[in-house]
Design a protein around this ligand. Structure first.
Ligand code: ADP
Ligand code: MG
Length: 281
């Protein structure tokens, strides 16, 4: 099904159910992005994301996934078209949209606690120290890092660093959590643990999640919808897969579902046959 067809289907569903949750929340409308050197990264990207949705994005390296999410975070602007949140055009970064990077982006000379505290302090300058400390503690506990609060990034594992950056992002209570290949550098077990944690947190907070990944199993396990991008230059949304598995999701149960393999094969076919990349040959 094409993205347009899906969007139409979604808007019909929203009319039928009168559900607030299906109203468009984050909207990419006819988005083009060219870089100053003339490279046309994206063209005609259209995507309607509902509040509270969990979206995963896959596509070959260099197709423009980060370029797309940078326009949601507000670090860059479309060359044409608009990205809006609640009807407001996104023109700059803001605490309503937080990004978790693969490289963690922690301050190595600060403790785990301080790394989160600095962000909380920047966004909530009027809260008291006691309140800010409580927010930091709550979010470190949420990602299982209470014991590591006084350690510094060089003293902890990659998985723990990624937990710190997730805690830091969530402590600001963003409406949108943006994750750019957050678990790419982690071993399989740590990655699965963090996926489960992320789902639990998302379930409790109900923020909207946009996550880039190159792992199809991860994309299918986490998402409400999986966005598959074509190759650049002039990349766009190729197809959007609706992921039907009920929540809370159980990894073993999903892997036993024949539909899982249908979706997985469909995505693999998209990436490695229909939109195969030179690098994959
Ligand atoms: P992805 O995240 O999917 O790997 P990117 O969004 O980082 O891809 O990049 C998409 C394309 O745009 C790539 O070909 C990349 O080389 C190019 N690109 C990214 N940033 C710039 C820039 N600042 N100037 C010129 N080209 C860029
Ligand atoms: Mg990228």
């Amino acid at each position: 099904m094409t993205n347009t067809a899906l969007n139409e289907k979604n808007s019909k569903t929203s009319l039928n159910q009168g559900s607030v949750r299906r109203q468009p929340f984050l909207v990419m409308d006819n988005v083009y992005k060219s870089y100053p050197n003339g490279y046309k990264a994206l063209e005609n990207v259209n995507l309607n994301i509902a509040e509270g949705e969990f979206i995963t994005i896959i596509g070959h390296s260099g197709c423009g996934k980060s370029t797309l999410l940078n326009m949601v975070s507000g670090f860059s602007q479309p060359s044409q078209g608009t990205v809006t949140i609640n009807g407001q055009k996104i023109t700059k970064p803001g605490p309503d949209r937080m990004v978790v990077f693969q490289g963690y982006a922690l301050l190595p000379w600060r403790t785990v606690f301080e790394n989160v505290y600095l962000a909380v302090n920047a966004v909530f300058p009027n809260k008291s120290k006691v309140e800010k400390n409580a927010i930091v503690k709550e979010h470190l506990a949420m990602v299982g890092l209470t014991e590591a609060a006084e350690k510094r990034p060089p003293q902890i594992s990659g998985g723990m660093k990624q937990r710190v950056s997730i805690a830091r992002a969530l402590a600001i209570r963003p409406q949108v959590l943006i994750l750019d290949e957050p678990f790419g550098a982690l071993d399989a077990i740590t990655k699965e643990e963090l996926q489960e944690e992320l789902l639990k947190i998302w379930n409790d907070h109900r923020c909207t999640v946009l996550m880039i990944t190159h792992d199809i199993d991860e994309a299918l396990f986490l998402a409400d919808r999986l966005v598959m991008m074509t190759n650049g230059p002039s990349a766009t949304v190729g197809e959007v897969l609706q992921i039907p598995f009920p929540r809370p999701r159980d990894r073993v149960q999903i892997m036993e579902d024949p539909e899982y393999y249908n979706l997985r094969n469909y995505a693999l076919d998209f990436l490695f046959r229909r939109f195969a990349h030179d690098d994959d040959a």
